[in-house]
Design a protein around this ligand. Structure first.
Ligand code: NCD
Length: 308
């Protein structure tokens, strides 16, 4: 049912389809060698026009662990994009060499455009400040594993909610789950865009609130999703410097949080979570990154491999 489809934004998959992927990822995690041969003979292209560590490497690790192969670039300067080739032409060509394309690009809408020209499935690994649906699958799997289910939860999003694509995708996806509350914690300059609050959140009748104070709301949260201030999307360095340390989660602030609140972060972190928090049992971000590989294995096996 996933064959031949693109994943450009979280709304491309239904809740039931995402549940199937979570179950598959959980089986992959617990059953040694399960789906080891699922992508034998298949090739994944990873086209990264922007820096990445976890997303690219976890996709490549996922494909290799499923018995498939990878090709691609991590640095657009080494591709024909630097000679002026259009994205449409690049993905048309890469479709001849690979069975699926994972792409990260600084321009919003790039993944949608690529999906229109590619003749193989395109997976969006981040398009500018817009969406990052496989990080969302990772985040949802982490919430499900840490909290048991994705329902009856208050989620706090903290940091750069304007440019943080992981926030946009996760908020949009969570709005479809039952009894979810959201708290958006940011400086006024980095508020969550209206297309998220006025769009999916209004449509689903989500109880959401905006604040600039983490201290005021931390005690209400079941999940705290911290994010980095997205330096590369700022128009001037002064604004970045002024805003970059708006929120720093430390053990002092953790004292007022619920005992079972879980802290997530898509990583990389800069200063927004003090290292002292890493040893707190509520720090879920490194485990979350590990779930990223299992969910990407589930995704690739379902989209281009065989699952039995
Ligand atoms: C995120 C991204 O690229 O949007 N990183 C990731 O994929 N885990 C978050 C970020 O860069 O801040």
């Amino acid at each position: 049912m996933f064959k031949g489809r693109h994943l450009v934004e979280p709304g491309n998959f239904s809740i039931e389809e995402m549940d199937d992927l979570f179950r598959l990822a959980e089986r992959i995690e617990t059953e040694e060698g399960y789906l080891r041969e699922s992508c034998r003979g298949k090739v994944l292209a990873t086209l990264f026009f922007e820096p990445s560590t976890r997303t690219r490497l976890s996709f490549e690790a996922a494909m290799l662990r499923l018995g498939g192969n990878c090709l691609g670039f991590a640095e657009p300067g080494s591709s024909s994009a630097s000679k002026g080739e259009s994205l449409a032409d690049t993905v048309r060509m890469v479709s001849c060499y690979a069975d699926a394309i994972v792409m990260r690009n600084p321009k919003e809408g790039a993944a949608l455009l690529a999906s229109r020209y590619a003749t193989v499935p395109v997976i969006n690994a981040g398009d500018g400040g817009h969406h990052h649906p496989t990080q969302t699958l990772t985040d949802l799997l982490a919430i499900r594993r840490f909290r048991g289910s994705i329902a009856h939860l208050t989620i706090g999003f903290c940091g750069d909610l304007k440019f943080g694509r992981t926030v946009h995708s996760l908020a949009k996806a969570l709005a479809r789950y039952p009894h979810i509350g959201m708290r958006f914690i940011s400086p006024p300059e980095l508020r969550v865009p209206d297309y998220i609050t006025e769009g999916p959140l209004k449509k689903e009748g989500i109880d959401y609130r905006e604040t600039d104070s983490l201290e005021k709301v931390i005690g209400d949260l079941d999940v705290l999703y911290m994010t980095r201030v997205q330096r590369e999307r700022f128009f001037n360095e002064e604004d970045y410097i002024r805003l970059k340390d708006s929120y720093i989660l430390n053990l002092e602030k953790m004292k007022t949080a619920k005992r079972d609140m879980i802290v997530l972060h898509p990583l990389p972190r800069v200063n927004e979570i003090a290292q002292e928090v890493d040893a707190d049992p509520r720090a879920g971000y490194f485990k979350q990154a590990q779930y990223g590989m299992y969910i990407r294995m589930a995704l690739l096996a379902s989209m281009v491999g065989s699952v039995s």
